[in-house]
Design a protein around this ligand. Structure first.
Ligand SMILES: NC(=O)C1=CN([C@@H]2O[C@H](COP(=O)(O)OP(=O)(O)OC[C@H]3O[C@@H](n4cnc5c(N)ncnc54)[C@H](OP(=O)(O)O)[C@@H]3O)[C@@H](O)[C@H]2O)C=CC1
Ligand SMILES: O=C(CO)COP(=O)(O)O
Length: 309
């Protein structure tokens, strides 16, 4: 996203090591994450957190479980007039908290927004077009960020539903794993479509129970991202599901982030606490934790009591 945004604003990527910063500045290629994609000259790289002081918008793009630690270490370099935006798609495992809540706690005095929706980093970095949502408690703030960050290939829609937007991003990963399991187990495209539709119903129920607007889940950070990750082999969550369905064993790939594997466990726990029906999410969590196998998960889902849609 930094590459796309750098076409219309000054963007600096804050690196954690000098080696990484120097390699990026010299080659303009992120060999580990985006091999073969030459990043634009407009993008700057730094290891100096003081760079943050000059930013009007700061995007937190590290994985969900690293957002709190990153906020703690960067807090001293941020000032109150800045817009802080979390771009991760997950829920904090240890607390069950949404990431905007985590950042609000660690960065008091800041208004925290969330950016989410359908978009693979590689597509966006290549300049392929997509649209996402940015949600803030205050519409004026969401519109401000949307105007600053949007460009010819990256379009942001402002929203005030931080809960719905975040839960759409976090829960669609779990359903992408479910769709991968269906694909890996050879259960066919009809089963995938049924899972997408029933999964969307689950996501909406969960978001509503936590104070989100179920209509948000019908938009970009919900249906849009669910369709993308449940059908594209670029998705790490889908690929993890395919391997799980193919081998019958859930083994997390080394060195690759699978956000949905964390979110499944958290969403299953939170839905049990609030008595929200989440059969697909529960089945994914149970398969990952080795409590049931794929075959009994499928027969469990198919033999649930008949209800209306
Ligand atoms: N990749 C994608 O297509 C998309 C990803 N997302 C979401 O963005 C989030 C990150 O995903 P992605 O970029 O793919 O993941 P990566 O595993 O590639 O991690 C992103 C970066 O986070 C940094 N990082 C890891 N731990 C920490 C930490 N403790 N403190 C500071 N920085 C840290 C890493 O730094 P280093 O390089 O130094 O290790 C890495 O550069 C996820 O929640 C994902 O769902 C959203 C949309 C699209
Ligand atoms: O969120 C994403 C695309 O919108 C990226 O999905 P994966 O994490 O499954 O690769």
């Amino acid at each position: 996203a930094a590459a796309a945004i750098s076409g219309n604003a000054d963007v600096t990527l804050l690196c954690r090591t000098v080696e990484q910063q120097q390699a990026l500045a010299a080659t303009r290629i992120n060999q580990r994450n985006l091999p073969g994609i030459v990043l634009p000259d407009t993008l700057a790289f730094s290891t100096d957190p003081d760079t943050l002081r000059h930013a009007s918008v700061v995007l937190f793009v590290m994985p969900s479980q690293a957002q709190r630690e990153a906020a703690q270490s960067l807090q001293a370099y941020l000032s109150e007039h800045q817009s802080i935006v979390t771009c991760a798609k997950g829920i904090e495992k240890s607390t069950g908290a949404l990431l905007t809540t985590v950042l609000e706690k660690e960065l008091p005095g800041h208004q925290i927004s969330v950016l989410s929706g359908p978009g693979f980093a590689a597509d966006i970095a290549r300049g392929l077009p997509t649209a996402m949502v940015v949600a803030s408690p205050d519409m004026a703030e969401a519109e401000h960020i949307a105007r600053l960050v949007s460009g010819p290939t990256f379009r942001l829609y402002p929203s005030t539903d931080r809960i719905g937007v975040q839960l759409g991003g976090a829960l669609k990963n779990v359903l992408a794993i479910a769709c991968g399991i269906v694909e890996g187990a050879g259960l066919g495209d009809s089963a995938r479509a049924a899972l997408i539709a029933r999964g969307l119903a689950e996501m909406s129920r969960f978001a509503e129970a936590f104070g989100g607007n179920p209509e948000t889940l019908m938009g970009l950070s919900g249906l849009g991202d669910l369709v993308l990750t449940a059908t594209s082999h670029q998705s790490r969550n889908l690929r993890f599901g395919i391997e799980t369905g193919r081998t019958g064993r859930a083994v997390l790939p080394a060195g690759e982030l699978v956000e949905g594997a964390h979110a499944a466990a958290i969403a299953a726990r939170l839905s049990a606490e609030k008595a929200i029906e989440m059969p697909v999410t529960n089945a994914v969590a149970s398969i990952i934790e080795g409590r049931i196998n794929v075959k009994s998960a499928i027969s469990g889902l198919m033999s649930r009591p008949i209800t209306t849609e």
